[in-house]
Design a protein around this ligand. Sequence first.
Ligand code: PGA
Length: 244
Amino acid sequence: MRQLIAGNWKMNGLRADSLALARALAAGLEQPAGCDVLVCPPATVLAAVADALAGGGVMVGGQDCHPEPSGACTGDVSAPMLRDAGAGWVILGHSERRLGYGESNALVQEKARAAVAAGLTPIVCVGETEQQRLSGNAETVVAAQIDGSLPPGFAGVVAYEPVWAIGTGRTASEDDIVAMHRCIRSQLTETLGEAGAGLRILYGGSVKPAGAAALLALPGVGGALVGGASLVAADFLGIVRAAG
Ligand code: PGA
């Protein structure tokens, strides 16, 4: 399956810089990329970015959604709203939400159902904290996140993002990445059956153009979820090119 390179812009970007970044990506991808390319801008600029990228090779997604399609939920954004704004994808269960807002596996699973119902492809994030890794529990924690966060019949993408590697400039060792991706694959087939065998598993956490080719060549790595480097067009395009 083609690799997926997904940019998570997080809470960065006003209208002008977001559109400039989107246009720079579109211009840099005049040749069709050898992988799938996605950017996930803040909700406020999602529609404008989706319009700017329409018809090109870059897809657009949201960064989170509420489990309900509409209602009395001040400040939240629903899956149908993301779809309506031009998104085809949504990131769910990012560690900044799991840890910062106490999002449980059960809530992430509800959101994944809502996303699918609205026609979005979910990217469900999992990953251990540094303490969980040091205490030898990384695989147990991640397997439980997979088991608890994916609804039956899940046909989206899983992103493995060790919490301690996000935004820190540290990346997991190649051996640890391969071992965890193998563990995730086996949990996916246990939770989802045969369908779990073909899902893409991304790696995320301080992915930069320099190490991208080696990372993306590792067995089991189906792409990358990129934060900081996705805010600089040349860096994100460098990672896209590293994917083929
Ligand atoms: P980073 O973020 O690339 O800045 O480490 C990755 C993410 O949080 O998805």
